[in-house]
Design a protein around this ligand. Sequence first.
Ligand SMILES: [Zn+2]
Length: 419
Amino acid sequence: MNLTVLKGIKECLTLSGARANRGVKPTKEDLGIIENAAVVFDEKIRWVGQERELPKEFSNEMQIDLKGAVVLPGLIDCHTHIVFAGDRSHEYAMRAERKSYRDIADAGGGILSTVKATREATFDELFSLSRTRVLESMSRGITTLEIKSGYGLTVDDEIKILKVIKKLKEELPLTIIPTFLGAHAIPPEFKNNREKYIQILCENLIPQVAKEKLATFCDIFIEKNYFTPDEGKQILEIAVRHGLKIKIHAEQLSNFGGASLAAKMGAISADHLEHLSDTDLASLKKSGVIGVLLPGAAFFLGTAYPPARKFIDHGLPIALSTDWNPGTCMTGNLMLISTIACSQMKMTVPEVITAITFNAAQALSLTNHGFLEQGTRADLAIFGSPSYECLPYHFSVNQISSVFIAGKMIRRENTWETS
Ligand SMILES: [Zn+2]
């Protein structure tokens, strides 16, 4: 692959300081901002620095003048559930009318409505729906995306979803990290026999997922009426034995033991944390677990936000993600999530930028993503904005002018055809 030289960069955010500090308490200095920068790359970054110091050996390579753009490492959405079918807009309308969970369930809403629609969808239908969502993420500068299963809840349907993710990974250029979330909920047919479903997870699903290499992570929803910490331990121990890394949906609706399980079992991340206790906070930090916050869900549902300020001040590395899913956060707009994090959780701009780049990479165990340095993957999000501070400021405008993935330019379609 030929080298490309990007010039005319007003601000290049390398995240070098965030990397040095492992994403703890990010400051403006940690963004590693190089002003009037140039970047040279093929699949990987070959050189990054001030344009006036660009080595002469690169002067004959292809040059692109960005005319004052802001360059970030490609953005990372580290927690999504985008492989699903069906529509739950009516359920949201019912919520807006203050209808109860029971009313919504009686009207056929809730997670099980997505399970039903996803089971009924063919592989091709699911692939097409999900592909559209991934393309939307890419158009917003996302170059790495984690995608969970969890709306199948049978052996065949969970495998179908993971194979959709596998095909997305094969056909699209971005980095896709697949996560097995068979323990998302107890399926309706096992309502009175949850032990049997857990047995299927442990004896059939996890071994098959691991054997076919369909997932990097195993995730579980630890919550009242979902899975208990004891069941979580049983399931996750099998997952670890089969070579899967662990994530946990923890303390979203109540303090239920998911975070302490994450700390004990060496999970890579504990996600949600709305109801995290101080003891749990200390043990997550001690165990090196990354906290993934999903404030879009609280925004969408009108519930309380996780106390991000406390977590960051305590030294827990925080990632932010969309949680894109049909029930609790119907968006893939990571920049909107950043604005919500600033306004509702009092995070600073350097903290949110670190949370959607370097710390999101840490939440996925990726060591070559989320910062820009010689040798890292050439994933670049180019913003046509005068400063990085514009990113959460213009919260509804897609400021991406172009995206490079492993050095290859992917342009977003930002022109309207008019006649
Ligand atoms: Zn989730």
